[in-house]
Design a binder for this molecule. Structure first.
Ligand code: DGJ
Length: 734
């Protein structure tokens, strides 16, 4: 790994996976030169020529220095570049011209943290700090680039320091810009909505701009803050892929633009929509970190890089090799109708089933008999829990279980004691009646007093209640975004200040209570991003517990997230969201590769499936240690059929899961080809007592189980001839 600057003013970041090369031009611009497989930068590089073009302006009259054509590292608007800029605003003169030239750079062995924001951990990494200056405005722009020895990852962030004695108003400040030479590219992104998160869409990048964003306050289920730019012929195992994810949990924008000379610019950062920031004289503003992943071998290699990087460098280290307790969650078993008696009964059932933890979900506090009331009043409902939650926790734990509790700390119902006491703590604008989401409003985390209040109440619960796990939920998007504590001209800062308040709150809580396992949740996957996952080691993937609904969600999640961080429990059938009736078997198997597993079933459902549930939970327990840090692969997704592979970290066990979504008869024979095995080793297929070579499994594969309602021939590997069936192959390396 090396970061270097050459005589020709190339600045190069190179490791075994890629090179990222920039150049300081004679006019002081920071030109982007190359990003791709590792190259030798010490030799000549054939740079883009400065072509003479009609109808083009040139920077400061310099011959052919047409910034609209040049690949730029941190492009600004108004000095001959008409493409999407990284920075917008109003300077002291009231115009929008910001213009930075190279000043200096240094190489840091320790990766700096970002004030108030999460960032990937360093270690076996080098950071390049580039300083650019706008001499006229006396602004300093610091650009940070980190590369790692062992990961095909480049992280970037920016910081603007106002060294003048004037205020400037920022309307956009991106974290990163990438440029790709003219060519044919596709974009892959993950979109969705409540209960249908993380759908995959792949599109050719057309001329113009393609933007994914969130204006909702959270990173959102509508678009995950992730894109991959692919060479148009790239596939799962072939071609170059350049992926980007923003480590941020609020409003974001990723803009992909194919400009008039057909190069691609990808600008990533906080959403400029409804954003403005008054940067006072002497002030500074840091941007969230962007993580870029490079793969020269398609989407599979890209996903492996994300999965291992998140485990090694993003997810809280103290949970890295810890198995996640399997749990019984009360939500779909009882909804709001919880009580001491019911919870203790369910705790007994959890013990009987061999689960590790009882999680008391919504409904335990205030007068919370439905979703119209009590968010904000985080004291036990004494009608339901006469001895209080602390006593209940003790009773549950006396049974040998861990105890988990649901909170939605950022929210408030107008019908609550807290609202009566502090209406000014709520996000609101004057003169407008607030829109409600799930009958609730959002607390204004830009206010120090609000963050303090939530911190002390959570701290009190965590200190007194013997809580092992917290499900941190968040169930509405921003509307009427305004703060009672910000001056009129600073209202545009609220979206980002909210996220800074949130990060401060959760970083203090997780630091003070490092032993508590926090699960991220926002109506399922409405805030499933690397920001939240840097504080919370696991995330509730979706409220969609139906196995078929979940297939698409886990498929989408696997592009980016390691299975270690995903939580998925067995829910009831018929499913409460889409009414689908499925077997316990397929409900169990759809979430089998996820790191945090369990059930949310009532006593009748438990009774009806007792022995099967015991078997499945035993399976969870016996596999959870070996599955930590394992590798997930997408094998097949076609014609009603889905197949995934999971390989344990030590590679000694391989699971292949096959789903037949709708039944059909007389189907063609489909082969599932395994990936990433050791070709010279042998693998024993346990259910059939057969041994195959690694090369055979990868090239010839296994046949997808035959589906038939009538052909029960036992010599054929078969699945039931009905809808929504699943089949698990287990192979041991010998
Ligand atoms: C939304 C979550 O996604 C559910 O799992 C559940 O915790 C409910 N909130 C409780 O209100």
């Amino acid at each position: 790994m090396a970061s270097s600057i050459s005589d020709q003013k190339f600045i190069s970041l190179t490791n075994d996976f890629f090179s990222y090369v920039m150049r300081i031009t004679d006019s002081g611009q920071l030109e982007h030169v190359y990003y791709g497989p590792t190259i030798t930068v010490s030799e000549d590089l054939d740079l883009d020529p400065r072509v003479e073009r009609a109808l083009c302006s040139v920077y400061e009259g310099l011959k052919n220095e047409n910034l609209n054509e040049l690949s730029m590292e941190y492009p600004c608007f108004g000095r001959s570049d008409y493409r999407e800029p990284t920075l917008k605003g109003r300077n002291k003169d009231g115009n929008s011209i910001f213009s930075f030239e190279y000043h200096s750079h240094e190489i840091l062995e320790d990766k700096p943290t970002i004030r108030g924001l999460p960032s990937a951990r360093g270690g076996m990494s080098q950071t390049l700090k580039l300083v650019m200056v706008d001499k006229y405005l006396q602004l300093e722009l610091q650009l940070f680039y980190t590369i790692y020895d062992k990961h095909a990852v480049l992280t970037k962030s920016s910081k603007l320091v106002n060294r003048s004695d004037h205020k400037i108003i920022l309307e956009k400040i991106a974290s990163s810009s990438l440029e790709f030479p003219a060519g044919d590219y596709d974009v892959l992104h993950l979109h969705g909505t409540w209960s249908r998160e993380l759908n995959t869409e792949r599109l050719p990048l057309a001329r113009g701009r393609f933007v994914i964003d969130s204006k909702r306050g959270s990173s959102s289920a509508a678009h995950n803050p992730f894109v991959a730019v692919l060479e148009s012929d790239a596939s799962e195992d072939h071609g170059k892929v350049f992926a980007t994810a923003l480590m941020y949990s609020g409003n974001f924008e990723i803009s992909l633009e194919k400009g008039e000379y057909e190069s691609i610019r990808v600008v990533t950062g906080i959403n400029p929509h409804d954003f403005s920031w008054h940067l006072e004289a002497g002030g500074q503003l840091d941007t969230p970190e962007v993580i870029h992943v490079f793969s020269s071998n398609g989407l599979r290699q890209m996903s492996h890089t994300w999965q291992s990087f998140i485990v090694e460098k993003v997810s809280p280290l103290r949970f890295k090799d810890k198995v996640r307790p399997s749990y019984l969650n009360t939500w779909e078993a009882c909804y709001f109708d919880v009580s001491s008696e019911k919870v203790l009964h369910l705790a007994d059932r959890a013990v009987e089933l061999g689960l590790d933890m009882l999680v008391l979900d919504d409904g335990w506090f205030g007068k919370r008999n439905d979703d119209t009331t009590s968010l904000g009043d985080w004291e036990s409902d004494r009608d339901k829990f006469p001895e209080g939650i602390a006593a209940l926790a003790k009773m549950v734990k006396a049974k040998g279980l861990k105890f988990g509790l649901w909170f939605e700390p950022e929210m408030i119902n107008p019908s609550s004691e807290l609202y009566r006491q502090h209406p000014e703590w709520v996000i609101q604008v004057p003169g407008r009646k607030a829109s409600l989401g799930r009958n609730q409003l959002t607390l204004d985390l830009s206010q120090v007093a609000v963050v303090e209040h939530i911190f002390s109440l959570m701290d009190k619960h965590l200190s007194s209640c013997e809580i092992d796990y917290v499900k941190w939920d968040m169930n509405r998007n921003f509307t009427e975004l305004g703060s009672t504590s910000l001056a009129a001209e600073r209202q545009g800062e609220l979206g980002h200040r909210y996220i800074l308040g949130l990060y401060e709150l959760i970083s203090r809580l997780t630091e003070k209570h490092p032993e508590v396992l926090f699960e991220n949740c926002a109506s399922g996957g409405n805030r499933m991003d690397l920001g939240m996952l840097s504080y919370f080691p696991q995330t509730w993937t979706s409220d969609m517990c139906d196995p078929i609904g979940r297939l698409e969600i886990i498929h989408g999640a696997s592009y980016l997230f390691p299975m270690d961080v995903l939580a998925a429990y067995i829910g009831p059938s018929p499913n409460h969201q889409n009414g689908r009736v499925t077997s316990l078997d397929s409900r169990f198997l759809a979430g089998f590769f996820c790191g945090a597993r369990g059930i949310s079933l009532n006593e009748a459902d438990i009774d009806a499936n007792l022995e099967d549930l015991k078997t499945y939970i035993q399976k969870i327990k016996s596999t959870q240690q070996e599955m930590l840090g394992g590798r997930f692969d997408r094998l097949l997704k076609r014609d009603n059929r889905v197949s995934w592979q999971f390989t344990t970290r030590d590679q000694s066990k391989v699971y292949v899961l096959c789903f037949q979504i709708l039944s059909a008869t007389n189907l063609p024979i489909t082969r599932v080809r395994l990936v990433g095995l050791e070709k010279k080793r042998k693998y024993r297929l346990l259910s059939e007592d057969k041994t195959y070579g690694g090369d055979t499994l990868m090239h010839m594969g296994l046949t997808f189980p035959h589906v038939s309602a009538w052909n029960k021939t036992s010599s054929i590997r078969r699945m039931d001839g009905r809808d929504f069936t699943a089949y698990l192959f287990e192979l041991n390396r010998i």
